[in-house]
Design a protein around this ligand. Structure first.
Ligand SMILES: [Zn+2]
Ligand SMILES: [Zn+2]
Length: 361
């Protein structure tokens, strides 16, 4: 029988979110019902509410979550009731042309639940990133559930489901940071701080954090930045070169989504260096680069979606590193809140007061 639970829904563009009753169907073929324990508040949830992703209102928000599988569809064998899981938005199909090329982290046909969750009047809900976890229970594709060590704190490891993974992966997977590398991270929000942590974990010896906000630069140091550059008062490219023997960084990670910042990151690289673009731009943004600089400087320009992660490979490994005390995910949790506090958490996020507010159920 379908469950009725409380969930945070964006009913119309730009309107404050509301806590309403959500009807969650029993899992069918290929699906799993998950009792959500914790879910982080991400900028993408706000973008859904603002209508910046698409117009398919109403949205059931929330997508950085951990919880326990409550029941599964008849043919599901990858997870079972009682499993502790982190939810992902990259359940790979195994059949698309990218999966067949052996590159499942680029899967072009990722899977979500087939059945829709609804309002009590039957109105179908669009689940944010195919997850919709600001709810006591959510229905997802079984492949969106990645089983991890149940000793981990849900509010910390749930963050691997989106922003923290994007940042860690930008450094460790897309940027392929190696031991002894120099890394510059542009923008020190949640994703940027996670990129700093990822660079540290991968063995980078020089990690330069760049931001306009001195509070964020202080925070970046706590996450492992060895140097900070305040972009409001310094020439960023010169500063990065000055901290890298005049050469520039091996890997520059743009975590803002801004053409001016991307240009700085491009020129702050050493010759043959890598530029990773993980900040999400808006449709009107353009870059204008001298083609001779693109060619002459060599190296790689790489966009990073979800940190090029493969959840089945990366989530259990990162949770193990967390439990061994080598990856401090707890530091990303600025505060824990309840389901009714999401609207206020959006405002705190916009004011730059928190790294992550995490709803705990
Ligand atoms: Zn695929
Ligand atoms: Zn997110």
């Amino acid at each position: 029988m379908a469950s009725q639970v409380q969930g945070v829904v964006a009913m119309a563009k730009g309107e404050p979110v509301s806590l309403v009753t959500v009807v969650v169907p029993d899992p069918g073929s290929g699906e799993a019902l998950v009792r959500v324990q914790a879910c982080g508040v991400c900028h993408t949830d706000l973008h859904y509410r603002e209508g910046a992703i698409n117009d398919e209102f109403p949205f059931l928000l929330g997508h950085e979550a951990a919880g326990v599988v409550e029941s599964v569809g008849p043919d599901v064998t990858s997870v079972q009731p009682g499993d502790f899981v982190v939810l992902n938005w990259r359940a790979v199909c195994g059949e698309c042309r990218s999966c067949r090329r052996g590159r499942p982290w680029y899967c072009f046909s990722t899977i979500n639940a087939t059945q829709k969750m609804t309002l009590t009047d039957g109105t179908p809900l669009s689940a944010a990133l195919g997850i919709g976890a600001f709810a006591e229970k959510t229905l997802v594709a079984a492949g969106q559930c990645t089983k991890v060590n149940p000793k981990a704190r849900p509010e910390a490891v749930g963050l691997l489901g989106c922003g923290v993974m994007a940042g860690l992966g930008a450094a460790m997977r897309t940027g392929e940071v190696g031991v002894g590398d120099s890394v510059a991270v542009f923008g020190c929000g949640g994703v940027g701080c996670a990129a700093i942590v990822g660079a540290h974990l991968a063995g980078a010896t020089t990690i330069i954090a760049i931001d306009l906000d001195p509070r964020k630069l202080d925070r970046a140091r706590e996450f492992g930045a060895t140097h900070v550059v305040n972009a409001s008062s310094e020439d960023v490219v010169e500063a990065v070169r000055g901290l890298t023997d005049g050469n520039g960084a091996n890997v520059c990670i743009e975590a803002v989504g801004n053409s001016k910042v991307m240009e700085q990151a491009f020129y702050a690289r050493d010759l043959a260096g890598t530029l990773v673009q993980v900040g999400v731009p808006t449709p009107e943004m353009r870059i204008d680069l001298a083609m001779i600089d693109f060619f002459g400087r060599g190296g790689q320009l790489k966009p990073s979606w979800y940190g090029d992660c493969l959840p089945s490979r990366d989530f259990p490994m990162l949770v193990d590193l967390y439990l061994e005390g080598r990856l401090d995910l707890d530091r990303f949790v600025s505060e824990t809140i309840s389901l009714g506090d999401v609207e206020e958490a959006f405002h705190r996020m916009e004011r730059g007061e928190v790294l992550r507010s995490v709803v705990v159920m």
